[in-house]
Design a binder for this molecule. Structure first.
Ligand SMILES: Nc1ncnc2c1ncn2[C@@H]1O[C@H](COP(=O)(O)OP(=O)(O)OP(=O)(O)O)[C@@H](O)[C@H]1O
Ligand SMILES: [Mg+2]
Length: 237
């Protein structure tokens, strides 16, 4: 197991948001946290990458083990160095830097000297980014910006790629492209943890799903085998 989250509680100030989340990600697997608005998906991901912390905004309890190392209490830059790349919700790129500069600034040799992802490999996966190589981030379309944020995550040569609601607000044709991209990453054996509100997208790109409701895991299973009643019950679709 590359990631093991045990009894995770998360708080912003005094308000408790996560009530004992348990989840596991195996090496090479693609896992999705699915749930409606405000159930705690982002909070869970932020907890894993060390962005819920007493100095800034909140606290967590429980255990999060990555490759056997306990992450609770560890600062986010150290967690990143262990090989976790985080693509946050909302497409954070450097608007005044070009696509190429955005990518090069994110480049890092992975743990164990992994140099799989280079500018060239990224441009093979995202030909659009190659075409827009010299354009500034702010000039890109929403879809292109999202591709750039994912590409920036890959440039870190991560052992685990975490992505939060990457299709939010994008046109169906771009969503199709992202389905292909994530499927390709899966084929290459990259370990992926996603958060998603769109059931369709989640089922297309993940092998396992965790359904979250009010800060708790209410169902887990293999994505292709989840009975329809479960979706109706928890997601209303
Ligand atoms: N910085 C914060 N301070 C206080 N409360 C917060 C903060 N961020 C989120 N919350 C609250 O925590 C709860 C869970 O939010 P979270 O962002 O984890 O949900 P989510 O499942 O990612 O939702 P969405 O699908 O809308 O992104 C919500 O009730 C939200 O209002
Ligand atoms: Mg969210």
């Amino acid at each position: 197991m590359i990631l093991e989250v045990n009894n995770l509680e998360g708080y912003y100030g005094l308000s408790q948001i996560l009530f004992g989340i348990n989840l596991e990600v195996e090496k090479g697997d693609s896992v999705c946290l699915i749930g409606r608005n405000g159930v705690g998906k982002t909070t869970t991901l932020k907890s894993i990458v060390g962005q819920l912390n007493p100095k800034v905004n909140g606290k967590i309890k429980g255990s999060i083990k990555f490759d056997g190392t306990e992450l609770v209490g560890m600062p986010s830059y150290k967690i990143a160095r262990l090989g976790i790349a985080y693509v946050p919700q909302g497409r954070h790129i450097f608007p005044t830097l070009t696509v190429k500069e955005n990518l090069l600034i994110a480049e890092r040799v992975g743990v164990d000297g992994d140099k799989t992802w280079t500018l060239e490999r990224i441009y093979e996966l995202f030909p659009r980014l190659k075409e827009r190589e010299n354009s500034k981030g702010e000039k890109l379309s929403g879809g292109e910006q999202q591709m750039l944020t994912i590409a920036r995550g890959l440039m870190q040569n991560p052992k685990l790629l975490i992505m939060d609601e990457i299709i939010e607000g994008l046109a169906p044709i771009i969503v199709e492209e992202l389905v292909k991209v994530v499927s390709e990453l899966r084929n290459r054996g990259i370990t992926i943890l996603l958060a998603e509100q769109s059931l369709k997208f989640a089922l297309e790109v993940s092998h396992k799903c965790y359904i979250i409701e009010k800060g708790e895991v209410v169902y887990k299973g293999v994505s292709s085998e989840i009975p329809k009643e479960v979706f109706v019950k928890y997601l209303g679709t």
